[in-house]
Design a protein around this ligand. Sequence first.
Ligand SMILES: Cc1cc2nc3c(=O)[nH]c(=O)nc-3n(C[C@H](O)[C@H](O)[C@H](O)COP(=O)(O)OP(=O)(O)OC[C@H]3O[C@@H](n4cnc5c(N)ncnc54)[C@H](O)[C@@H]3O)c2cc1C
Length: 475
Amino acid sequence: MKDNIVIYWFRQDLRLSDNPALCAASKAGRVLPLYILDDYNSESYKMGQASRVWLHKSLKLLDDSLDNYLSIYNADPIAVLKRLCSEYNVTDIYWNRCYEPWRVKRDKNIKENLQENNINVHSYNGSLLWEPWNVVKDNGDPYKVFTPFYRKGCLGAKPPREPILKPDAGVYFKDPKHSIGLEDLNLLPNNNWHQLMIDHCKVGESAAQQKLDDFIEVGLSNYKDGRNFPACPFVSRLSANIHFGEISPNQLWYTIKDLYDDANSDHFCSELGWREFSYSQLYFNQDLPFKNLQQKFDNFPWKDDEVSLKAWQEGKTGIPMVDAGMRELYQTGFMHNRVRMVVGSFLVKNLCLDWRYGERWFWDCLVDADLASNSASWQWVAGCGADASPYFRIFNPVTQGQKFDSDGEYVRKYVPEIAKLPNKFLFSPWEAPLLILKESGIVLGDTYPKPIVDLKKSREYALAAFASLKKEQND
Ligand SMILES: Cc1cc2nc3c(=O)[nH]c(=O)nc-3n(C[C@H](O)[C@H](O)[C@H](O)COP(=O)(O)OP(=O)(O)OC[C@H]3O[C@@H](n4cnc5c(N)ncnc54)[C@H](O)[C@@H]3O)c2cc1C
């Protein structure tokens, strides 16, 4: 074993297996593995509160798997890296690439700065199946529509890298002088709101592998259709593990593809494709998180209504399917994809509130908050993004509930105060006769809110607002 020290910088790849940069580092010398909480360069995209709770647990488990060799810092990365290089005579730093605009900019600056000081940076792809610049049209333009992006761009390209094993144990080194303790990162909130949430979070590399095994056993064979039913165990719930890099998309891709060659495994892989598509959109449109991709939406007459926004955030809109989703989010840090679409459509198209309010709330509350997937999905929901759901496609939260939660299991779990309603009225309690409300122990406006909007009228208002945009464009 070489006894020179090299640095391995963990970022969104909090795992030992299938980690190309860590493997390369471990072949080059004794590895000083480190994590730096970077609130210095992230500006308005500092990690949200729920993500910080996940990160706390994830770093703890990562440190355990490194036999407590993880060095931790809370500072501007360039300062940390330069100091360590000079203190331990390090000439080589390894990391896996990140793709968010602020990280790309930061890493480029760091790389230039280090190279000027004769320090080599070795970067690898550890987070994507295909990097954005490798999936472009024949003329070099990025794809704007998912199907050709995935079918032609991704599946027509070189297959993704195959997963690799973790490095041998015993190659690590810790910086005893400047590393701080995990608690010093202050990732956990002062109050106890996260206690309930943390119980739902299966964090870390081993848990992610276990979740994958469970999903293969229980969910995968029903995935294609079953993925739409929020009360059913047919989705993987791996999004936060993937976001933090506790499991790589390559591990998922090859495990699933090697096991089955059917419509369910294809569909699952195509959902990983949506993640790739989101990263491509963000990479080629750096202002995706805050600027409408379709400019015509810049003049959309959004409403200014803090009361409705608060009711939406708190799951008190009086529309059970929406409230169930928003409460699932707040209590668990997760929300099922079907319900994300329902609550998103409701915010934008029934409340007529700007999609960026939704994006921000999700950013703070989701444990899987991911700049690429969150921004691209909100733009998709609002109709202003790439290959977006057309603006006139307005999800009806009542029929969505009846169709995808027909026995009411999901709504009853998160909105227990209306649990006694018969299924017929569970998704629209305002339509229930007074006697049934009484028998179910419900007083609308007291034990459960009256709906904050009329679904039909608000839909018409949204469609008219959209039509006015089209007219403006044609004039
Ligand atoms: C308004 C809105 C906001 C969203 N915000 C995020 C976010 O911040 N982070 C995030 O990871 N996903 C986001 N999504 C996408 C999707 O809802 C989640 O990835 C999915 O619900 C995670 O559950 P799962 O792991 O069980 O997914 P599965 O169905 O098991 O899918 C496997 C993996 O594929 C990826 N994936 C699946 N669907 C999508 C999709 N539509 N777009 C991008 N990747 C996808 C995820 O990494 C997911 O873990 C958002 C969707 C909407 C409508």
